[in-house]
Design a binder for this molecule. Structure first.
Ligand code: GLV
Length: 438
């Protein structure tokens, strides 16, 4: 990584200075956290976190596309007791063993390296999530270990109601034994489900990282889950002769850090691997649910269901993978039609307002995730700012529900959202064909 310039060094000093909870005076919406984070973080870190791939078209469209969907307010309805609480269900919904009440259908999407923004890293985020009783997704590329984050969560969960929920996110490594050992560790540590990210056989080209020379993790940060510090990881590493994953992701061989870390991933992955993970979860993983994350077409949504997905997650990786693909929210309708209620659908990408959440739920998502805003909040004020961000989105969602005449999440309907009449909106012949193959 290039030497940071003096401006960056100055910003480094500011990162730790969070004692004044400035966000309470300065942040009135999600974007305010981004503005403040940009001032506080070193340029290379900020750009690593905030950017998309190539030209950033999909990154931008993820957000702009929400503006082309319009809410349909219904008036004079009983909305005295707005409740954002809901139950996250999996598979066909008949699985009572894996059915989790949450305070709202918003979760923190798995995304790596939280400690770049706050020393407590994912432990800070999980505490904020659990205090708010929303779901937390831990990335395989976290900077606090699977077990550490689980303990931070447990400490909070005793006092929370409904009882909180964390999921672990897996990439398929070239080292498949290591992949399984990580998943088994997560399940042993109490994670209640697995996100399998399927859109990352390579990472998109993060041009700004190449320009900034951001091609390794700034010390002392590490992808700690790859550390060989417990018996099962040590055994897996010896068996597969691959103890040096940190040398791969920090090799500085390529121009951007993500391109170095992608070298650990299996490129030769197919739907058979999704079935393999599903079988693993059924046989050794207490049957915990599998969320297939990174679906952007009706065709793949059908294949994901056929491979055993308990949730299909529409995501373009926050615009960080294939630039020039559609916004997540615009893909949601075709996926909803293809899946036809067989399993729930989740989405992330571009959520910045309570109204965005309401639009996604009206279009058929059962829950939505946020990624980048969490990093911005962490950089601004650690756990306290993440709590504030979650609270802000919950309040905005409640207001949007009230003005749309909706008291409960279960009452949100497709009729609460529409396209502008000038946009045509029809099911295409290909979508019809895909749907009929289910
Ligand atoms: C990794 O998932 C990234 O988007 O940087």
């Amino acid at each position: 990584m290039k030497e940071r310039d003096s401006k960056n060094k100055k910003s480094d000093a500011v990162i730790g200075d969070k004692s004044g909870y400035q966000h309470q005076q300065l942040c009135f919406n999600v974007d305010d956290f981004q503005i403040l984070a940009k001032k506080r973080l070193p340029k290379d870190l900020y750009e690593y976190l905030a950017s998309g791939s190539d030209d950033g078209q999909t990154l931008l469209e993820n957000r702009l596309a929400f503006k082309n969907w319009y809410l349909r307010p219904r008036v004079l309805r009983q909305v005295k007791h707005i409740k954002t609480r809901t139950v996250l269900r999996f598979g066909s919904g008949n699985d009572n063993a894996h059915k989790y009440p949450v305070a709202m259908p918003l979760f923190v999407s798995p995304a790596g390296v939280h400690a770049l923004c706050d020393n407590e890293g994912e432990c800070a985020t999980v505490r904020a999530c659990f205090k708010a009783s929303i779901m937390f997704g831990l990335s395989q590329h976290s900077t606090r270990s699977i077990e550490e984050v689980a303990s931070a969560a447990t400490a909070v969960s005793r006092s929370s109601s409904p009882s909180p929920l964390n999921f672990y996110q897996a990439y398929i490594l070239k080292d498949r034994k290591r992949t399984l050992s990580l998943i088994r560790r997560a399940i042993r540590a109490g994670y209640k489900g697995i996100f399998l990210t399927v859109d990352s056989v390579r990472f998109g080209y993060r041009e700004c990282d190449a320009r900034n020379g951001f091609n390794s993790l700034p010390p002392p940060h590490r992808l700690v889950n790859y550390d060989v510090n417990d018996i099962s990881a040590a055994v897996a590493a010896i068996e597969s002769n691959s103890s040096s994953l940190d040398q791969t992701y920090n090799s500085q061989e390529k121009k951007s850090w993500d391109q170095n870390s992608e070298q650990m991933f299996e490129q030769n992955v197919t739907w058979e691997d999704v079935k393999w993970i599903k079988k693993e979860l059924n046989e050794h993983g207490k049957g915990v649910p599998l969320v297939v994350k990174g679906i952007m077409t009706a065709e793949d949504a059908v294949l994901a269901v056929q491979a055993g997905a308990d949730v299909v997650m529409v995501s373009n990786h926050g615009g960080r993978q294939l630039d020039g693909c559609m916004a997540a929210i615009d893909v949601l309708p075709e996926v909803v039609r293809a899946v036809n209620g067989i399993v729930p659908i989740w989405l992330d990408g571009g959520i910045r307002r309570g109204t965005d959440i309401l639009k996604a739920l009206s279009l058929g998502a059962s829950a939505v995730g946020i990624g980048k805003p969490v990093f911005f909040a962490l950089a601004v004020g650690g756990e306290s700012a993440v709590s504030c961000l979650i609270h802000m989105l919950q309040t905005e969602l409640e207001t949007a529900m009230a003005i749309c005449g909706i008291e409960r999440i279960e009452d949100i309907k497709p009729t609460h959202v529409t396209r502008h009449p000038l946009h045509g909106f029809h099911e295409s012949p290909i979508e019809r064909l895909v749907r009929s193959s289910l």
